[in-house]
Ligand binder design. Structure first.
Ligand code: NAG
Ligand code: NAG
Ligand code: NAG
Ligand code: NAG
Ligand code: NAG
Length: 278
């Protein structure tokens, strides 16, 4: 009787329920990984359109590092600001569940990271898969401070479409033959629209149409007949961009880190109005 009573005791039931929840949690998180990264925001010499600029980059890379995770994983990114501007990093398209302070827009969810300062972003990706990106969210630093954020399906699950032979991130961007911060400051001072960029870029490289670009073109080698997954990111600041591949048809299988019912293959241009990820 004594034993029976103690099991029926509400405290004990909660304890057992708690144990069960803990166990369930442990099982569901068993394979989730925590990825640690250091992002050093710093000025780096970058030569485009025949001229070298002191460009703000992450870890000296333009575009910045590609982050790859699985759905369910946690990202811990320690941002160290060695540049002369305030900076924050926004994880574009990530649903910040109970981690709003990791979202990044300056003066909205956090104070900017001052020159010489640092801040650690920590968040878990829950129920999202596909292609997103990260970028600076202070002034116009995102002209050069950006990179791809690729979310693979949860470990053990797969894409709802045939496995592609190759996956290639394509970041469409804009390059100013000037300091982008000066461009926006000038516009704010004069009230005029900001100067239009001097080149469009793919993965940071202007194409053949621009001067000094002979070595600066992105080449993705493919074999005839294979299926390729392109992870297209519009990281331009001000422009609506269109994407197509001459003499090829494209099937859209996802957008904004959600999979879609695959569209029929189409050869038309894809309109990348806002920063949008396919
Ligand atoms: C830089 O950030 C600090 C707070 O982190 C803020 O007080 C200051 O006004 C910012 N400077 C600019 C130019 O936004
Ligand atoms: C979790 O990892 C273990 C060991 O690597 C593996 O055997 C198991 O299949 C994984 N579970 C899932 C759901 O991926
Ligand atoms: C904007 O464009 C004008 C006209 O080409 C040029 O004189 C000016 O220096 C540019 N501003 C910046 C910040 O590059
Ligand atoms: C390339 O350089 C030449 C000579 O400086 C210039 O006339 C031309 O406009 C440039 N082309 C582009 C696309 O910038
Ligand atoms: C292109 O790259 C090759 C090898 O790195 C180099 O020898 C050549 O000078 C470069 N050409 C230009 C136009 O920069």
């Amino acid at each position: 009787m004594e034993i029976f009573n103690s099991i029926a005791n509400p405290f004990c039931s909660f304890f057992i329920l708690g144990l069960l929840l803990l166990f369930a949690n442990a099982v569901s998180l068993a394979n989730a990984t925590t990825h640690n990264h250091d992002f050093v925001v710093q000025a780096t010499p970058v030569k485009r359109l025949c001229k070298t600029h002191s460009t703000i980059t992450v870890n000296g890379q333009y575009p910045g590092p590609t982050l790859e995770v699985n759905d369910g994983d946690t990202l811990v990114v320690n941002v160290v600001n060695k540049a002369r501007y305030n900076v924050t990093i926004h994880w574009h398209g990530i649903r910040q569940m109970r981690t709003a302070w990791a979202d990044g827009p300056e003066f909205i969810t956090q104070c900017p990271i001052r020159p010489g300062g640092s801040y650690t972003y920590r968040f878990t990706i829950q129920g999202q898969e596909g292609t997103l990106w990260w970028h600076a969210h202070s002034s116009w630093l995102r002209a050069t401070v950006y990179g791809a954020l690729i979310i693979h399906p949860k470990e053990g699950s797969s894409y709802p479409f045939a496995k592609p032979t190759r996956e290639t991130p394509l970041l469409l961007g804009e390059w100013w033959d000037a300091n982008p911060i000066d461009v926006i400051r000038e516009a704010l001072r004069t009230g005029a629209t900001p100067n239009v960029s001097d080149a469009y870029t793919i993965n940071g490289q202007p194409g053949d149409f621009y001067n000094c670009s002979s070595n600066d073109t992105v080449i993705v080698p493919v074999d005839s007949g294979e299926t390729n997954l392109l992870r297209i990111i519009n990281s331009a600041l001000n422009q609506q961009l269109f994407f197509t591949i001459a003499n090829h048809k494209l099937t859209v299988v996802g957008a904004d880190a959600s999979t879609l019912n695959p569209s029929p293959p189409q050869s038309s241009c894809w309109d990348l109005v806002r920063p949008q990820m396919f």
